[in-house]
Write a protein that binds this ligand. Structure first.
Ligand code: GCO
Length: 400
């Protein structure tokens, strides 16, 4: 499934991404900060200062525009904007507005994610995503914020990877609130679906014309030796319930990193001979093509696709470039077969706080000094910028 050409269509969008809690620093008023400091936390380390991007966002923007990228996806921190129920920080909204205006002044389109894993403490204290009322709390937040930022947002992403939040928080217990309850996880899925639908309506009412969608974590699930039924079950619970919820959206953000193999008894570990990354999963860049094709098929081509995250946590920058090259080759294959992929966003701009794994996995196009917060672009940044500027899959520099 590869294509002959290395040229992307005119207007194909190139970008990179971050998330508030992973880069801003000092995000203490949300469930993740509490989780990181819980006595029995599974987190390798607290997020702390992160990349100090609450202060240094102009440095981040300079990196994005210096690379010649046309898009930057970042998230706002709900707990900064609404620190307590009904309390609204105009200063925090102004901060994010300045970011959007500065990006546009650089010719970079801002994609704003309204919820990227973190939930305000006051929401979590009232049941968080187990409580159906949170869908309304979130939609009200989205509508009010969209009313303030609608004229400077290029694209609105309601919720980042609701499937991961639900699974990691209510099934695997590695994310807050650290529960393990199959039925509860499915109910949380439903609250997220309701929240997304209501947020779409609220954003459209407040900011007519701003494209809106959600971003979904997808994995290439492969059935091995009779694993078909388990694969179907996994795809339904992890992905299809959300793919079905995107009907009427302006885009579907597809976020892919690897594959998972399933046998009749469930997940199988990495296959012998396939490299395993610091994240603990296989080096499998082919997954992007497979997931784009499946998303396109399940949604019957109703919603344009955007790759809103794809990348690799590795200390080997040549491996990063090889991964992205293979992933992009797969995107070209999808485009050649009529899959409507509008753009590709590399995760991430910066080495940042990788949730429960802390700062160990390094996804960034730029390294960040943990004391001085100096940003240092890696060779992969220059290469990715050359791909974006030429809109062609130019080969990575030879590592010989
Ligand atoms: C996710 C999140 C990002 C991660 C990235 C690497 O997809 O889990 O959107 O916050 O950092 O995917 O794991």
């Amino acid at each position: 499934m590869t294509s002959e050409t290395d040229a992307f269509p005119a207007g194909f969008e190139w970008g990179t991404a971050t998330a508030a809690h992973q880069i801003e620093g000092g995000n203490w008023n949300n469930d993740w900060w509490a989780w990181e400091h819980a006595p029995d936390t599974p987190c390798a380390e607290p997020s702390g200062d992160a990349c100090d991007s609450w202060q240094r966002w102009e440095d981040d923007h300079a990196l994005v525009s210096d690379l010649g990228l046309g898009g930057y996806r970042f998230s706002v921190e709900w707990s900064r904007i609404e620190p307590e129920e009904g309390e609204w920080s105009h200063a925090a909204v102004a901060h994010y507005r300045r970011q959007c205006e500065a990006l546009r002044a650089r010719g970079v389109e801002p994609t704003v994610t309204f919820h990227h894993f973190t939930t305000p403490r006051w929401v979590a204290a009232q049941g968080g995503w187990e409580d159906p009322a949170t869908a309304d709390r979130f939609a009200a937040f989205c509508g009010r914020l969209a009313g303030s930022l609608g004229d400077v947002i290029g694209r609105a992403c309601t919720i980042n990877e609701p499937n991961i939040v639900a699974t990691m928080g209510w099934l695997l217990g590695l994310f807050p609130p650290g529960k393990s309850d199959r039925d509860l996880r499915l109910r949380v899925n439903d609250v997220f679906v309701d929240a997304h639908r209501k947020a779409v309506d609220a954003i459209r009412a407040a900011a007519p014309g701003v494209p809106v969608g959600l971003s979904l974590s997808m994995t290439e699930y492969q059935a091995v030796d009779g694993g078909e039924e388990r694969r179907a079950r996994m795809e339904r619970a992890m992905e299809d319930v959300f793919l079905d919820a995107t009907d009427g959206d302006d885009f579907l953000g597809v976020q892919v990193y690897t594959r998972q193999r399933l046998g009749p008894d469930g997940l199988l570990g990495p296959e012998a001979g396939v490299p395993v990354l610091p994240m603990g999963y296989e080096y499998w860049p082919q997954a992007l093509e497979a997931c784009l094709r499946r998303a396109w098929s399940v949604t019957a081509g109703r919603v344009p696709l955007l790759v809103t995250e794809n990348g690799i946590g590795t200390d080997d920058d040549a491996q990063r470039m090889a991964y992205v090259e293979t992933a992009l080759r797969g995107v070209l294959g999808c485009l050649a077969d009529g899959v409507d992929v509008r753009g590709y966003t590399y995760w991430s701009l910066l080495d940042n706080f990788e949730w429960a794994l802390g700062y160990r996995p390094r996804f960034g196009l730029a390294a960040v000094d943990r004391q001085t917060f100096a940003r240092t672009p890696k060779p992969s940044a220059a290469w990715f910028g050359s791909v974006a500027r030429s809109n062609r899959l130019v080969p990575p520099p030879s590592t010989s």
